[in-house]
Design a protein around this ligand. Structure first.
Ligand code: 6PG
Length: 277
């Protein structure tokens, strides 16, 4: 594992030899952050990423659940979603379905602690409003659009090969949303189904935002996002700048293969994570 911490902002990029090492580390960060909240007697609220990359992380959380039983209290973990495809929750494209099959069904997480997006509703704007109401209720917000924004402990994000994250796709109106917490949007990449997505105000209000980026198909985009000129309409992931939180990019060597030599030179070698929690 190699890491680079940008001194000017609270941003860290960590390079892993492969997706498995990245996923194990991501699972261990999840547990560490949850344990930290438990020690403070506070709930742990997390918004999961969609897509396929997080699957190995979810599987690692499930596989290590018994050994972490003393560390993570699933009764105090509240799971939300950063975005969802507008399909049935048991459809193959559903982000909820992936998390349900690989993690929720394998750990002692109460069903009431899973707050999925009602993306199967035919009226997608109404579905977005309902989820926003769920967020306001859970975070006990008063509804002031300026001050009252959910403060997640952790938001996990993926990176699309077109530079999108969550379901904030290039040049879509959702990129310009500054008041609503959740919006419906047309897709910009497969699966070409409408989506619900958290908006930048919510994503950038988290204490920890962690990108999981793996695979050769992300290399060009990751290089443009991390080292290319700013173009937030073309590369929406560039607009993930937590106001007071920490941003961590977890990238594997294939995804990082187009990063510059100078970027790599700032990273330092660390052994594969086998953290004793
Ligand atoms: C979705 C997403 C999306 C995803 C990226 C990466 O619902 O598709 O949330 O932002 O995280 O497209 O997807 P992969 O992990 O499948 O490459």
């Amino acid at each position: 594992m190699l890491t680079d911490s940008s001194p000017d902002t609270n941003v860290e990029t960590i390079l892993f030899e492969d997706k498995d090492a990245l996923s194990c580390y991501a699972a261990e960060r999840f547990i560490e952050l949850a344990a930290s909240r438990h020690r403070q007697g506070l709930p742990f609220t997390v918004a999961l990423a969609g897509g396929s990359t997080p699957e190995a992380m979810y599987a690692h959380l499930a596989a290590t659940d018994k050994e972490n039983a003393e560390i993570i209290d699933w009764n105090q973990v509240f799971i939300f979603f950063g975005d969802e495809r507008c399909v049935s929750p048991d459809a193959p494209e559903s982000n909820f379905r992936l998390a349900q099959q690989t993690m929720f069904s394998q750990v002692e997480l109460p069903a009431k602690n899973i707050l999925r997006m009602p993306a199967e509703l035919p009226d997608h704007d109404e579905a977005a409003r309902q989820y926003a109401a769920t967020l306001r209720s859970h975070f006990a917000l008063t509804g002031d659009p300026v001050t009252d924004i959910p403060h997640f402990d952790l938001i996990l994000l993926g990176l699309g090969s077109d530079g999108h994250t969550a379901s904030l796709f290039p040049h879509m109106p959702a990129l310009l949303e500054t008041k609503r917490l959740v919006v419906a949007t047309a897709p910009g990449l497969k699966p070409f189904v409408p989506r619900l997505t958290l908006t930048y105000p919510v994503l950038n209000n988290a204490a920890d935002v962690i990108f999981l980026v793996a695979g050769e198909d992300k290399a060009d985009t990751l290089s443009r996002v991390l080292e290319g000129p700013l173009d937030k309409l073309e590369l929406p992931a560039q607009n993930i700048i937590p106001k007071n939180g920490k941003l961590t990019w977890l990238v594997d060597s294939k995804a990082a293969s187009r990063l510059s030599t100078s970027f790599h030179s700032k990273l330092r070698e660390q052994p594969r994570q086998t953290v004793e929690l």
